[in-house]
Design a protein around this ligand. Structure first.
Ligand code: UD1
Length: 341
């Protein structure tokens, strides 16, 4: 029998790509979103890519427990992937309560409903939980560091909440934490991708918006870091590769292949890339010139972090396959699609 996966925040950047991969892998998917930080582009794009007009869409807020209960009552949910959360680091520093209230209460509601129903839970965590690591690459056993923003702290706290709840449930609730590194790029169809509201905080949307002429100049935050070219090192992971990791994780849960009741996996490539290398690769692969300048360091940025993805490779059988160049091409195609070019 087909398994049903609920994707909270399923219309957003990561959620829409995950929905596509799940449907293509044969799952029934229920998309739930309150459209607080995205429009219908992602959902409509998913329908076009998959050729499926019948993907259930529930417009709802996961902070509303009654709505969450009704949702779990309506569908036979085998697993839930929880994305619905605020994600702007700077905003979380300015408005911590908004972040703690939304990101924690929605997750608590999902967990409570999932536990009652006996559904598996997959939580979208982040490499941000490692802070500035003492050594790189980081494995899942690398100690977590205190978060540098309320946003980051909600990831750490939600990880702990899942661990504690799973432990107390004595086998009734099982879950997986995926720690994403830096997801970038767009679907090769250019029908779905990242749609930042206002000025992008993240590097690649800023690059593509500068290249298309929406932004005047990219500022590279810091060229005096102790790295080979002085700019920060990150593990940029293709959004479709990242989405596929969820299919492996869900399969592991619903097919009874988990080895622990709460498992943690890094979702990265294992390949460090500097900001400058990324900028140069973007220019080269897309044949465009990017207006950029060096600027002071950005508060809260870590010098270098990249994944040791061995556990996900060996245990889940998942591996990132796309090159940085392929991914940067997809990001550019998406920006051009948005501009109608
Ligand atoms: C950030 C968040 C992280 C979150 C992730 C989501 C911080 C400290 N971390 O990661 O918690 O999970 O986004 O995608 O905010 N850069 C520039 N110019 C720009 C933008 C970025 O030089 O205009 C540089 C940054 O200094 C950094 C790199 O590009 O070295 C990547 O930045 P970004 O895309 O914002 O991701 P992270 O900061 O790694």
């Amino acid at each position: 029998m087909k398994k049903t996966v609920l994707v909270s925040g399923g219309a957003g950047f990561i959620g829409s790509h995950v929905t596509v991969e799940l449907i293509q892998a044969g799952y029934d998917v229920v998309v739930a979103d309150n459209f607080s930080n995205c429009d219908r582009t992602g959902y409509e794009g998913v329908k076009k890519i998959t050729g499926r007009e019948d993907i259930p869409l529930e417009v709802m807020d996961f902070c509303d427990m009654k709505a969450v209960e009704a949702l779990f009552g309506k569908y036979p949910i085998d697993a839930v992937i929880h994305f619905a959360a605020y994600k702007a680091v700077g905003e979380s520093v300015a408005q911590p309560l908004k972040y703690y209230k939304n990101n924690l209460s929605s997750f608590l509601n999902v967990l409570e409903a999932a536990q009652k129903k006996g559904s598996f839970v997959l939580f979208s965590s982040s490499a941000t939980v490692y802070g500035e690591p003492d050594s790189v690459p980081v494995t899942e056993a690398t100690p977590r560091k205190p978060a540098t923003s309320p946003y980051g702290n909600t990831k750490t706290i939600c990880e702990d909440i899942l661990h504690d709840t799973v432990k107390a449930s004595e086998g009734r609730l099982k879950g997986i934490l995926l720690r994403y590194f830096n997801p970038i790029g767009a679907h090769p169809s250019a029908l779905i991708g990242e749609l930042p509201r206002g000025v992008p905080n993240n590097l690649v949307p800023f690059i593509t918006q500068t290249a298309i002429g929406k932004r005047e100049c990219l500022r590279i935050f810091g060229n005096d870091y102790p790295t080979p070219d002085g700019t920060c090192l990150r593990d940029y992971i293709d959004i479709v590769d990242l989405a596929k990791a969820h299919v492996y994780a869900v399969g592991r849960m619903v097919e009874g292949r988990m080895k622990q009741d709460c498992e943690v996996f890094n979702v990265g490539t294992g390949r460090p890339v500097s900001v400058l290398e990324l900028v140069n690769a973007f220019e080269k692969v897309n044949g465009v010139k990017l207006n950029y300048k060096f600027a002071p360091r950005r508060a809260g940025d870590v010098t270098a972090i990249w994944a040791d993805p061995t556990l996900a490779n060996t245990e889940m059988g998942w591996k990132a396959t796309r090159t940085v160049e392929q991914t940067l091409k997809s990001a550019w195609e998406w920006e051009k699609h948005l501009a109608g070019k």
